[in-house]
Design a protein around this ligand. Structure first.
Ligand SMILES: [Zn+2]
Ligand SMILES: [Zn+2]
Length: 409
């Protein structure tokens, strides 16, 4: 491999605002790289080597069976002990007629967290035997939001506190393993530097930012598209701006807004106690938590399930309108809002995880049982749609309209 001089620079464009940048070629240092125009972090500056990430991945995979199959918490209810783990929650949800809601929980709490270490192992082994690593690198770039072990862990705490009124709670064998894989996955996501892996497996010459060079939003490589109009490094279609980004984002947002009505008006959980049926919507669930004195938990559930989805929709509407009308709103503020909604969105899944755990634990047929209501599905899909709406919005449009405005002045 060619020796890189410490003073050399690489010409690149910022994938958030399209600014031309000169980045140091010897860039895998412990220093973060921030775009001077939009203040977005281009590189965290704390990247770990693939071998270190592989060690983390192996540790996660060894702990995963204990964390997912062993009980996380157990309760003594009506004379018998019931255990809850991630798998039983998903299984019960699908058996009780909500396979789609179960699939949402399974994807965020099992599939995505397992895909992360498995893909690191694939990269580590595949690079030695010359396999195609592009699809894995591309999926890894999109995976961050969907690994929701930390959200699940908070959900476990919420479920445990909610259940205190009904039963005695014990810590299960799997809990320590679950906390460990949550911490290891977070470490992996923080220290995983995809740009470093891309340039290691698919090194490309620097093209400079002149002559129709575009930044690829999938792999962050700046170069002109090849004859087929695709990125030279990751082979994804390359566009100056994502086609129909506003329309797609808007459509996902409208669908999410429509779904939030049944999600909030229909019951999200149903409790049968001594033959009596009690239904709770998201809002009445929060109110009953306040009434029982659990106001910190009520606040967490309120923020995650009511405040965040609505805030996200309002912020996205403001951003979309600001682009549409060439607003003068500070683009750096708009970028901050976009980063904020993309960071906070996943926490809305909390309530679904709490319901999955409660279903497993309170399941005594006639005497007492807890099941999910029709709102759970609408709520899950609405949260996913808001995450997708943020993903689909090409943030470079914010800067285009801003530039248009400043040049016409
Ligand atoms: Zn930028
Ligand atoms: Zn690319």
């Amino acid at each position: 491999m060619a020796q890189i001089n410490r003073c050399d620079t690489i010409s690149q464009r910022c994938c958030y605002c399209d600014q031309k940048l000169q980045l140091p070629a010897a860039r895998y240092t412990q220093q973060a790289l921030i775009c001077p125009r939009c203040n977005s972090k281009l590189e965290d500056g704390n990247s770990w080597s693939l071998s270190r990430l592989t060690v983390l991945a192996i540790s996660i995979l060894i702990l995963a069976p204990i964390a997912f199959w062993q009980p996380l918490i157990s309760i003594h209810l009506l004379g018998s002990q019931i255990d809850a783990n991630v798998f039983t929650g998903v299984k019960l949800m699908s058996q009780q007629g909500s396979p789609l809601t179960a699939a949402i929980v399974a994807f965020c709490a099992i599939a995505a967290p397992l895909f992360l270490p498995l893909s690191i192992l694939y990269l580590s082994l595949g690079s030695r035997i010359g396999m195609n690593l592009r699809p894995i690198l591309l999926v890894l770039g999109r995976l961050k939001e969907w690994v929701m072990l930390d959200v699940y862990l908070v959900g476990l705490g919420v479920a445990a506190i909610k259940l205190q009124d009904y039963a005695t709670i014990f810590i299960g064998n799997g809990l320590i393993a679950f906390i460990c894989i949550t911490i290891l996955s977070l470490l992996m996501l923080i220290h995983l530097d995809l740009e470093r892996l891309w340039s290691r497996f698919y090194p490309q010459a620097s093209h400079g930012v002149e002559n129709n060079a575009l930044i690829c939003r999938a792999c962050d490589y700046t170069a002109p598209p090849n004859q087929r109009g695709v990125c030279q490094r990751c082979h994804r279609p390359l566009h100056a701006r994502e086609p129909a980004s506003m329309q797609k984002s808007c459509a996902a947002l409208i669908a999410a807004m429509v779904l939030l009505f049944p999600a909030n008006l229909l019951p999200i959980s149903i409790v049968y106690l001594n033959g009596q049926r009690m239904e709770d919507t998201i809002y009445s669930g929060v109110v009953s938590l306040i009434q029982s004195g659990n106001w910190p938990i009520a606040l967490i559930v309120f923020i995650a399930s009511i405040f965040v989805p609505f805030l996200k929709i309002i912020v996205m509407i403001i951003l979309l309108i600001s682009i549409r009308i060439n607003s003068a709103l500070d683009p750096i503020l708009r970028m901050k809002l976009l980063r904020f909604v993309s960071w906070i969105g996943r926490w809305s899944m909390l309530d679904l995880f709490v319901i999955a755990l409660m279903m497993t634990l309170i399941n005594r047929d006639q005497l007492m049982s807890f099941t999910l209501g029709p709102a759970a599905f609408y709520f899950g899909v609405a949260v996913i749609l808001t995450i997708i709406a943020v993903e689909w919005l090409d943030s470079r449009l914010i800067w285009d309209t801003y530039a248009k405005r400043t040049t016409t002045k």
